[in-house]
Design a protein around this ligand. Structure first.
Ligand SMILES: Cc1cc2nc3c(=O)[nH]c(=O)nc-3n(C[C@H](O)[C@H](O)[C@H](O)COP(=O)(O)OP(=O)(O)OC[C@H]3O[C@@H](n4cnc5c(N)ncnc54)[C@H](O)[C@@H]3O)c2cc1C
Length: 338
């Protein structure tokens, strides 16, 4: 049986998060799907510590603070988050509902879809080598869903950012870890770097400077990773290679859903923010219309109008009575603010 909800929001960036709230005010339930391992989109991924100055009434708020507040604001409406998975396929059912399928084969059914996908999915930068795709998910992992998979294994971790250092420190507790990075300076938080250097000093991990030159598949289920630096080339025979080279944004599967696109952005009307496909909406950075400003506050406005139209699809027999949050008793009950 597929999971069912009123609305599926694709993208848990600031605009997707605020959409949960606006839909919730109208008693519309949501599931939210994001490729990343946490909500917040660009705010949480690209500038968590930077202050934003143009969120109405907030004189200054960091990307992470805004994310935390939006999650808290949406919480009373009990959204269901599905993280670490990309929406790959959407299908219209005979009932006029939508079936959404994700990269980990999760299937969810809803009356409306709200695409709040920003500039697309954040996806990992991959090793620039040919013919290694078939090793992904077997020997090569660009993200970690379940660390127990690596227990007792021989691991080569590559990279110098937070993910590489955090996973080196964490996985050294359960596996035999070597970290490689192209230079001895790191971009990761100083505390993580200190922890890693301490582990190296105690001989609990190996750190080596170098870059991946080649990868060969071996018969014993392992791989041979050839790593080069100025002086030498070294071979590492390992069970798993975990490259953490940062993330990039890619429109991804959204381009294949038959929607009316303009330069990789989804065309919408400005009354309902509906796409060329009835009951699919696009809000936030992913949409385009005359005068569009790619700002968080524009996305918030778009979410409010989208929700009004979603109500018609979700409750075709009900009248949507406009209510202020200040004066609606039943909303207060829900928001715990009586
Ligand atoms: C450095 C920087 C500073 C900025 N400063 C400001 C500022 O001061 N004020 C301001 O208003 N704006 C600012 N912006 C812009 C602002 O961050 C964006 O307008 C905002 O993040 C858009 O929100 P969104 O929810 O539409 O998309 P995003 O934040 O991009 O989130 C989209 C989410 O959708 C997910 N996604 C996409 N496709 C899929 C899929 N198929 N399956 C699953 N998940 C998917 C992505 O992984 C992502 O998490 C700044 C941007 C940057 C980069």
């Amino acid at each position: 049986m597929n999971e069912k909800t009123d609305v599926i929001i694709i993208g848990a960036g600031p605009v997707g998060l605020f959409a949960i709230f606006e839909l919730g005010l109208l008693n519309i339930s949501c599931h939210v799907i994001d490729n990343l391992d946490k909500p917040g989109g660009q705010c949480a991924e690209l500038y968590p510590d930077k202050p934003i100055y143009d969120i109405p009434s907030r004189i200054s708020i960091t990307g992470q603070e805004l994310t935390n507040d939006l999650i808290a604001q949406a919480k009373p409406f009990k959204p269901v988050y599905h993280l670490n998975q990309q929406v790959q396929k959407i299908t219209k059912l005979e009932t006029n509902e939508w079936l959404v399928e994700t990269s980990i084969n999760k299937k969810i059914q809803s009356k409306c879809l709200v695409i709040a996908g920003g500039a697309g999915s954040f996806v990992p930068r991959k090793i620039p080598l040919q013919n290694i795709d078939h090793l992904e998910g077997k020997n090569i992992f660009y993200s970690i869903r379940d660390k127990s998979k690596f227990k007792g294994g021989k691991l080569l971790i590559a990279g110098g950012g937070d993910s590489a250092l955090d996973w080196t420190n964490e996985l050294s507790k359960i596996a035999d870890v070597t970290l490689i990075h192209r230079r001895k300076e790191f971009k990761a938080a100083p505390d993580s770097v200190s922890k890693m250097l301490k582990l190296e000093k105690e001989k609990k991990i190996i750190f080596s400077i170098g870059q991946i030159q080649n990868i060969e598949e071996l018969k014993n289920e392992k791989i041979k990773v050839i790593v080069k630096n100025d002086k030498e080339a070294k071979n590492y025979e390992v069970d798993f290679l975990l490259p953490f080279f940062g993330l990039k944004m890619e429109l991804g599967p959204i381009a294949d859903w038959g929607l009316n696109l303009d330069k990789n952005l989804i065309k919408v009307d400005t009354e309902k923010f509906e796409t060329s496909e009835p009951s699919i909406f696009a809000i936030g950075d992913i949409n385009i219309y005359p005068g569009k400003l790619k700002l968080i506050l524009s996305g918030f406005h778009e979410a409010a109008l989208m929700a009004q139209e979603c109500f018609k699809y979700c409750f075709p027999d009900k009248k949507n009575v406009f209510r202020y949050t200040t004066s609606s008793k039943d909303l207060h009950k829900k928001l715990n603010s009586t």
